[in-house]
Design a protein around this ligand. Structure first.
Ligand code: SF4
Length: 278
């Protein structure tokens, strides 16, 4: 199975997210078309009194806007459905991140779709667009960015920012992540929140981030980091939010294999040491 497909099939829960996204997108488009129709019809009488052709000109203008929006949505939908990089899909990720998420959150609210479901769909579609573009980076330019809640709650070792102090006892996923970081030679950082995460990104200047977090933090992280590509993996929270959370390490490894440049000798990479803690 190709890497992209494997990554998107990382959980069967992904397909409904795609459906929610496409459904909300279709509803948003229809509402927008309705709004343009009203905007055209209401001043119709007044425009005719100014010039008999003005309603026609405005009608053409609105139709052109609508055609552009429908074309954009069609490209977005086909990129998501086919998993291929179609023309303009790069700009469409920008539109998704900057405009569509707030719009679709509003539409989702109207139709009883929870914020977290909309966020999940957004993360899923963001990932799908990234996979379609298939960016690759050298190991030293890839950063695994993890939330602090992955660390075992009784662990005494300080791992925020840098995980060199982790003793790899295996009581939490940090051990496996540190091993993946070594195996592939990529950076690994743990952040306690958005502010530290942003600082880490500014300091390390990665070209691609594989981030793990809850729906809310991943969504804001993807938005804050744009245009930097961020592949999002949602953590699991068997003990409730922000407490001893878990991550599927196989998914993290599949993402690494997908986004890393293959090394010329076919090896998986060696570990440059993390920078010393400040
Ligand atoms: S694996 Fe590392 S971070 Fe996790 S509990 Fe053990 S020492 Fe602490």
């Amino acid at each position: 199975m190709p890497d992209n497909q494997r990554l998107m099939d990382g959980g069967n829960t992904l397909r409904p997210q795609k459906r929610i996204f496409l459904g909300l997108l279709a509803i948003t488009c229809l509402l927008f078309a309705l709004l343009l129709g009203v905007l055209w019809y209401v001043p119709y009488v007044g425009l005719t009194s100014l010039h008999p052709r003005l309603p026609l000109i405005l009608g053409f203008f609105f139709t052109a806007i609508l055609a552009l929006i429908f074309a954009g949505v069609a490209i977005l939908a086909f990129t998501v459905l086919l998993g291929r990089d179609l023309p303009f899909s790069r700009s469409l990720r920008g539109i998704l991140v900057k405009f569509l998420l707030p719009l679709m959150s509003g539409v989702g609210k109207l139709f009883g779709v929870s914020k977290d479901q909309v966020r999940k769909s957004f993360i899923e579609i963001n990932n799908q667009l990234l996979l379609a573009q298939h960016p690759r980076a050298a190991p030293e330019k890839v950063l695994l960015l993890m939330p602090h809640c992955l660390q075992f709650h009784e662990c005494q070792f300080r791992i925020t920012g840098n995980v060199v102090h982790c003793k790899r006892c295996g009581k939490c996923p940090i051990k496996g992540l540190a091993e993946l970081s070594e195996k592939y030679g990529v950076g690994l950082a743990v952040a306690t929140g958005g502010t530290l995460a942003r600082r880490i990104v500014v300091e390390r200047r990665p070209r691609l981030i594989i981030a793990v977090a809850c729906e809310r933090d991943l969504t804001s992280g993807i938005q804050d980091s744009y245009p930097l590509p961020v592949f999002g993996i949602i953590n699991s929270r068997p003990h409730g939010p922000c407490f001893d959370t878990l991550v599927n390490l196989d998914r993290v490894e599949e993402a690494l294999q997908t986004f890393l440049f293959p090394s010329p000798d076919g090896r998986t990479g060696t570990a440059p040491a993390d920078p010393p803690p400040r």
